[in-house]
Design a protein around this ligand. Structure first.
Ligand code: GLU
Length: 396
């Protein structure tokens, strides 16, 4: 029997980040020498005190369902984090804990978007935003930022993209895939535009907050524009900053009404996120952050190395970033100079085949002509990968 799949699922593209990572794993399992620079996850182990807290939770029998939106202890830890790191005040009924940042975003989109609504997404964007928006029946409106604008959406671009159907604006800083951060002044300029459109909701994906090293301390739109507090939902999680990708804990802070709607949605879908992971997250948020600072120092060293070496490559241009663990080189020059290669998808394929280096094509992030390189891997791997890339591009 042929199963007739839903139109929603048929319209959905597979996640390119996950697909390239899986392909590299498969090739390696088949004995090929492939260095994977595709995975968006820290290569560090989860900090010891976090793992201990999880073990303790198991031993104490904290292995049953919890309330749908997160244990009170975790909500308090999240509230404490927002106060300490962001100067933002929230009450428990504004906090919602979900099964990863991805799940939190899904909940936000499903709680507010209707078919026919528009959601503005600056590109390069993280692969899943447009598909997640499309699943709700709403339309992603892509604003192309480009390397020339430092990959940041300007106030003018935002203004031009807004229509009477705009329901939501998606922001992400530090950005996946570019690593670029908006400045406080950038956010204030966007905030001035949004002040003229009071019905638009703002979602800010701060998942890379802890991994940043710019001249300015971390800032998001609601920190820069406190007037937007009532219509901004902050999305964050444990995965990147605490090397806890597999633990699947994300959270949101935002308007009570929206949080209540997401709680209803989650109550009818996944129920609570994993109990043990919630207890581990309490330890991570309330514990010593030296482990995070140590990781960030290493990411920054790798960033400097990778950006410098990429810029030496034939037909490659790469901006310095202020956070995350991705480089997003413009490879249009390389594409032009290699015979038989017409786009970034073919170039990524060529590099995996000829150089044994796996990266995600920029097209997946709404930016054809670029590649995303994750440097969440050892310096040794990076050196080897960059030697191979330099060779592959020079020999073209
Ligand atoms: N967010 C990470 C990435 O961009 C993890 C994979 C995913 O969920 O997309 O690679």
């Amino acid at each position: 029997m042929t199963i007739e799949l839903s139109e929603r699922v048929r319209a959905l593209k597979p996640s390119a980040t996950l697909a390239v990572t899986a392909r590299a794993t498969e090739l390696r399992a088949a004995g090929r020498d492939v260095i994977s620079l595709s995975a968006g996850e820290p290569d560090f182990d989860t900090p010891a005190h976090v793992k201990e807290a999880a073990k303790k939770a198991i031993d104490e029998g904290k292995t049953k369902y919890t309330v749908v939106d997160g244990i009170p202890e975790l909500k308090q830890a999240i509230i404490g984090k927002f106060k300490r790191d962001n100067g933002l005040s929230y009450q428990p009924d504004q906090i919602m804990v979900s099964c990863g940042g991805k799940h939190s975003l899904h909940n936000v989109f499903h709680a507010v978007l209707n078919p026919g609504d528009e959601a503005i997404i600056p590109s390069p964007y993280w692969v899943s935003y447009p598909d997640m928006v499309q699943l709700t029946g709403a339309r992603p409106v892509i604003v192309d930022t480009g390397i020339e604008n430092g990959f940041r959406m300007s106030a003018e671009q935002l203004e031009r993209a807004i229509t009477p159907r705009t329901k939501l604006v998606m922001l992400n800083s530090p950005s996946n895939p570019t690593g670029v951060c908006y400045t406080r002044a950038d956010f204030q300029a966007l905030g001035e535009v949004l002040a003229r459109h009071p019905s638009i909701l703002i979602a800010t994906d701060d998942i890379y907050e802890l991994i940043s090293w710019g001249d300015e301390p971390f800032c998001n739109i609601v920190m820069a524009c406190p007037d937007l507090y009532d219509r901004t939902v902050v999305v964050n999680g444990m995965a990147k900053g605490y090397a806890m990708t597999g633990w699947r804990i994300g959270y949101t802070a935002g308007p009570v009404e929206l949080t209540r709607a997401m709680r209803k949605l989650q109550g009818q879908t996944t129920s609570n996120p994993t109990t043990i992971s919630q207890w581990a997250s309490v330890a991570a948020l309330n514990g010593d952050h030296q482990c995070v600072r140590d990781m960030v120092k290493v990411f920054k060293e790798r960033h400097d190395y990778v950006v410098e070496r990429l810029n030496r490559g034939n037909g490659v241009r790469c901006l310095a970033a202020q956070g995350a663990f991705y480089a997003f080189p413009d490879v249009r020059g390389a594409i032009e100079s290699i015979n038989g290669i017409d786009n970034d998808i073919q170039l990524a394929e060529h590099l995996i085949e000829k150089a044994g280096v796996a990266m995600v094509p920029g097209t997946a992030f709404g930016a054809p002509g670029y590649l995303r390189m994750s440097y969440a891997t050892s310096m040794e791997n990076l050196e080897k990968a960059l030697d191979r890339l330099e060779g592959a591009l020079a020999g073209s």
